[in-house]
Design a binder for this molecule. Structure first.
Ligand code: FSX
Ligand code: SF4
Ligand code: F3S
Length: 399
């Protein structure tokens, strides 16, 4: 394929013009927050990578198939879905034509032929209680299947909140011991490989195709946050880009689902919206070809892309009621330490040391500094007074 220009791109034979391909690549580059100048190289490298028909094995465990549905049905056959036509999707329970032994034989063959170089996509959580007996495929537990497939993968993409953090199947009391891929890597139950998390129930389809394209082009994942989510899609909260944000600022809140505020499209904070603490780009990219997303359709954000989705905080409970209380004086509760650590890890470590004891600024100066927005990167932060207090106390406790 050396020297092949994008004019001979396989996608072009699929009625996608060269211009269309460049337009697609420039959208991907912008979504991935890469410099605009890389578009031609991106297109060229994507061409080369797709010409090799990279092998992908897609495993589905405890889930509702919403992630696959979201990805395959949200767009008419556009270039994103054609990417899937040009990778070699060697195993996918829902999409493959083969069944039973033939399907397993296809998986074994792909693993043997591409050992060390195939990409593994995991959808759904993995039950590990009672030796994993709660979900088996072809006589193997999900955990065994995952162990086998991770061993030969060059990287793993965990898709959806179930595969990333356990999601709905891990809701209390979690009888099956449902776990996400990262936890299994951390506990040594599966081999550690480069891993990216794309949470959301379901995740945004374009985040899946962009990450896939990035990996095909650069052979590595884009910049990740502390929860292994791509910063370009999960670096900001839903709240920051919400279409109802101006109502939040004007303190115009719907108090009931059928009151005048709800009819006027006011902010849903008082109906339990978790947008202020939820990192996702759904407010920008939306679903069904950009038609809508939960808040635009009148429902508060449920925090579907955060760990603890389902158990952490009731869906309709006002955030003020679940943010940890701040004790008087300089005491700090365990819940506040946990919340402070989370605030620090999700917002501060991109510029400051991951070790909070190395944080240079005096803790008591932090609220004033952040409120003043003198530092450009602080402008995107939107901490409440309680959160600033928690952050100050947390960092103070680490000195
Ligand atoms: Fe989970 Fe995805 Fe929610 Fe469903 O597969 S993230 S339950 S949308 O389908 O895993
Ligand atoms: Fe939007 Fe929710 Fe923030 Fe209100 S609280 S602006 S509805 S994200
Ligand atoms: Fe999920 Fe909240 Fe967006 S529930 S889809 S992160 S609005």
């Amino acid at each position: 394929m050396q020297g092949q220009g994008i004019g001979e791109h396989p996608l072009i034979q699929h009625d996608i013009s060269r211009r269309g391909l460049l337009k697609f690549c420039s959208a991907m580059v912008s979504m991935l927050a890469l410099p605009a100048g890389v578009v031609p190289v991106f297109a060229e490298q994507l061409n080369k990578a797709l010409s090799r028909r990279p092998s992908v094995i897609w495993l589905s465990f405890q889930e509702c198939t919403g992630c696959t549905e979201s990805f395959t049905r949200s767009h008419a056959p556009t270039i994103e879905s054609l990417i899937f036509d040009y990778i070699s999707l060697d195993y996918h329970h829902t999409l493959q034509a083969a069944a039973g032994e033939a399907a397993e034989a296809a998986r074994m063959e792909a693993m043997e032929n591409h050992f060390g170089s195939y990409l593994l996509i995991v959808e759904g959580s993995i039950p590990v209680a009672d030796d994993g007996i709660y979900s088996t495929i072809a006589g193997k537990t999900n955990l065994q299947l995952l162990q086998e497939c991770v061993a030969g993968a060059n990287a793993v993409i965990a898709i959806g909140s179930c595969a990333t953090f356990g999601g709905l199947p891990a809701a209390s009391p979690n009888p099956t011991g449902a776990s996400g891929v990262a936890d299994l890597m951390e506990s040594g139950q599966i081999e550690t490989k480069p891993l990216i998390n794309l949470p959301g129930c379901p995740p945004i389809p374009i985040a899946i195709s962009s990450v896939l394209a990035h990996f095909l082009v650069f052979e590595q994942f884009p910049a990740l946050d502390a929860l292994r989510r791509p910063m370009s899609f999960y670096g900001r909260t839903v709240h920051e880009r919400c279409s109802r944000y101006h109502y939040y600022e004007e303190q115009k809140f719907a108090e009931q689902f059928d009151d005048e505020g709800a009819r006027q499209g006011w902010c849903l904070y008082k109906l339990g919206c978790k947008g202020p603490i939820t990192h996702n780009a759904c407010a920008v990219y939306k679903w069904n070809e950009g038609t809508s997303f939960p808040i635009e359709s009148g429902h508060p954000c449920l925090g579907c892309s955060e760990p603890g989705f389902w158990d952490k905080g009731g869906f309709y409970i006002n955030l003020d009621q679940i943010l940890p209380p701040v004790p008087p004086g300089n005491e700090i509760s365990e819940a506040a330490i946990e919340a402070g650590q989370r605030l620090y890890e999700e917002n501060c470590i991109y510029c400051h040391s991951a070790d909070p004891s190395q944080f240079a600024t005096a803790a008591e100066k932090i609220p004033t500094l952040l409120r003043s927005e003198t530092i450009r990167s602080h402008k995107r932060l939107d901490f409440s007074d309680d959160q600033l207090d928690i952050l100050e106390k947390y960092l103070g406790s680490k000195k």
